[in-house]
Write a protein that binds this ligand. Structure first.
Ligand code: ARG
Length: 467
């Protein structure tokens, strides 16, 4: 085969092969291709092409006939892809060239005019933004569904008393509803990070072409508007090269997953035989093939584990971008897999949690008994003494001695007699038992952000307005 023949038989070289004297090495062709993973942006690629073609027509670079051929051809390509008839080709490298080649096969020369004033560099930057913009919407919706599930659970368990921990040691009693509302707030900030990222990302790279812009009289405001972007990106070099928006998304995702890993950890601990605070519905658990008694909290464990890959994807993208000179570099083709993997992982994890959280069943008696351990109302006794006139540091000291006696006798403070308690301070009277009970302790923390059941119910009402 002559070199000329090789060129014409190799499809890929029809796109950029003019200066080449031999066709791409077969391995290199597969190695450099991205169509296996970027084809998921086909709708955005077609949408971007429609907008670009309309703009070219508006500024009289593309004739009316060519425009209508391109638009109908793109419709056909889209249908072929959606019906599974489209043949993706590794030789055509990526989603952009696959679609353009098929378009040209359908409509002829007009298809070859579509790429006027455009490069795959601004095309791909546009596609990813469009794709991520849409997907962020799903992420936000799923996160809000999770938040709604949390509110249902928090409302139901507003009065349920459990131990609150610091250092994983019993600290003070809290209500379970209050604990779940802490989770709600973590997710609320994650949602706002996604919204923020979505807004900053929504700028249009089209028109930047390869890197320097184009000599055609293009109308960048028009394409930006057609595609629902806020505005064209201000600098063509920046437009084709930066992937900070993808990094931001992965960063917000890493934060979200990190939050969910903390929730997962608590669910795993709480559902263990040692804590036995909650029951996860069977449909979110699996058994063991050897130990018949086992019911494993797989969903939280997996979400905890998947946090690793999402955090890893963030580091991948940061490292991908680090030290890249302007403008576009092929390195950037590596942005997609970590980004898509992050999206899939986050959406799956949110979905599982949104289904599971409202179905959690509390084992109230066990939670209550655990809260009674560890002198969780010791601070309440100190506060009581302060209200009776003792300085806080002295009160702390008095209660410390009472706890020492309680430890020795294996009794909670509320189980010591009035006479015994009065032995520590003459300020103590019968009303001390109101503050030493778990109910009294949580009810006393009745201020914004406090654990009192009344506050939890109020906080749920306020939170409902936010989701
Ligand atoms: N598949 C490429 C990517 O994902 C598209 C842009 C390629 N541009 C180029 N000049 N090779 O980044």
């Amino acid at each position: 085969m002559s070199k000329q023949d090789q060129k014409t038989t190799d499809k890929v070289n029809q796109s950029w092969g003019g200066r080449f004297s031999e066709s791409t090495d077969a391995f290199v062709q597969a190695f450099t291709a991205s169509v296996q993973f970027d084809q998921r942006m086909y709708r955005q690629d077609i949408e971007g092409s429609r907008a670009h073609a309309r703009m070219l027509n508006k500024v009289s670079v593309l004739s009316d006939d060519d425009l209508s051929l391109i638009l109908s051809g793109l419709d056909q390509v889209e249908q072929e892809i959606e019906s599974g008839k489209f043949e993706w080709s590794i030789a055509l490298e990526d989603v952009h060239m696959n679609i353009e080649a098929r378009l040209t096969a359908i409509i002829g020369d007009a298809g070859k005019r579509l790429h006027t004033g455009r490069s795959r560099n601004d095309q791909v930057a546009t596609d990813i933004r469009l794709y991520l913009r849409e997907q962020i919407e799903y992420v936000i919706n799923e996160a809000k569904r999770l938040q709604q599930g949390m509110l249902l659970l928090a409302e139901k368990e507003a009065d349920s008393i459990m131990p609150g921990f610091t250092h994983l040691q019993v600290a003070q009693p809290v209500t379970f509803g209050h604990h779940i509302l802490a989770w709600f707030e973590m997710i609320a900030r994650d949602v706002s990070r996604f919204e923020d990222c979505r807004q900053r990302m929504n700028m249009c790279p089209l028109g930047a072409a390869a890197l320097a812009g184009t000599s055609y009289p293009i109308d960048r405001e028009f394409t930006a508007k057609e595609l629902g972007f806020t505005a064209p990106m201000a600098n063509s070099l920046d437009a084709v090269s930066d992937r900070d928006f993808a990094i931001e998304f992965c960063s917000a995702s890493a934060m979200l997953m990190t939050h969910m890993s903390r929730m997962s950890e608590e669910l795993v601990i709480w559902s263990s035989a040692q804590f036995n605070f909650i029951d996860l519905p069977d449909r979110f658990c699996t058994g063991s093939s050897i130990m018949p008694q086992k019911k494993n909290p797989d969903v939280p464990e997996l979400v905890r584990g998947k946090t690793g890959r999402v955090n890893g994807n963030l580091v991948s993208l940061l490292t991908l971008m680090k030290s890249q000179p302007l403008a576009y570099n092929k390195d950037n083709q590596e942005d997609k897999e970590p980004l898509f993997d992050t999206l899939d992982t986050v959406l799956g994890s949110l979905r599982a949690f949104a289904d599971m959280i409202p179905a959690i069943k509390c084992k109230h008696a066990n939670m209550y008994a655990a809260a009674k351990q560890g002198f969780s109302t010791a601070t309440d006794l100190a506060d009581y003494l302060v209200r009776k006139g003792l300085p806080f540091r002295d009160a702390h000291e008095v209660v410390g001695s009472a706890v020492a006696v309680g430890l020795e006798k294996e009794l909670d403070l509320s189980e010591l007699s009035l006479e015994e308690l009065q032995g520590f301070s003459a300020l103590i009277t019968e009303d001390v038992f109101d503050v030493l009970t778990l109910e009294g302790s949580v009810a006393a923390r009745n201020h914004i952000g406090g654990t009192a059941p009344e506050q939890v119910r109020k906080a749920v009402i306020e939170a409902r307005k936010r989701v």
